[in-house]
Design a protein around this ligand. Sequence first.
Ligand code: RIB
Length: 306
Amino acid sequence: VSVAVVGSINRDIVARVPRIPRPGETLLAHGASRGGGGKGANQAVAAARAGGAPTAFVGAVGDDADGSDLRAALAADGIDVSGLRTAPDRTGIALISVDDAAENAIVVIPGANGAFDTLDDTQRRVIAAADVIVAQLEIPVAAVLAAAAARRPGAVFVLNGAPSAPLADPATGPLLLGAADVLVVNEHELQDAGGTGDASTDLERVASRVRALVVTYGADGSVVVVDGRRAEVPAFPADAVDTTGAGDTFCGVLAARLAGRPLTLEALAAAARAGAAAAALAVGRPGAQDAVPAAAEVDALAGGAA
Ligand code: RIB
């Protein structure tokens, strides 16, 4: 495979609400849906479907109907699920409120994702076969570090710093930054990783600690830094109905479009452009994995294969 995504997989249960509820408030939803989610699995779908790369997913589901349904859905997208193990636990669940302005609030019940802290031999083999490995921080840090250690020489390790708490933790932040070739964060996660309280100092500080950095600013595009050189990548206009998983789509496509290419500023900027096109298409559709576009749509918007 070209891309191995190591991370979380959830059953998303979505309530459409007029606005995100306040503490102590009960709100009636005006719509509901269920879908495939989890930052890791969303990125795997994005890499395979929108990025067009042979992709494997490494993670854990529970021994239940959600686990087998989610596994089958990834396989239907052509994703290698030999590294998706079944744990004696419940499959992760995400309770998501999406408001009329397309904003969301998410509570994750980790289930099997929370117990995924070591890799088995099959999972290590899948990772060692990939050109690009992608991980996020919705699984234990131990699994993320084990995945970085299992990569073959020359493979690129992309870390998406979401959620960012382990980056801000002095015990794990330096280990994670030390393992990442490419760090992808949004502006809030950058602040947690940098810790200086000043956005541009944070960017310089974090960029100096990884080979490459991508900072996403939503509708304001992204900044890409490789070996001290910097490029700005604009976002594409979008009519947002649901932003859930948009960052995951960006990361998965970025990883897919990096596979087999040298890690240069030009290659990373082109990959970020494809990621931005995919994310713009995804926010116009409801759901996480359900919203991921096809590669042809991405290329049509981004202007040819990136
Ligand atoms: O990033 C979006 C994802 O976060 C959702 O699919 C949900 O499962 C949570 O993991």
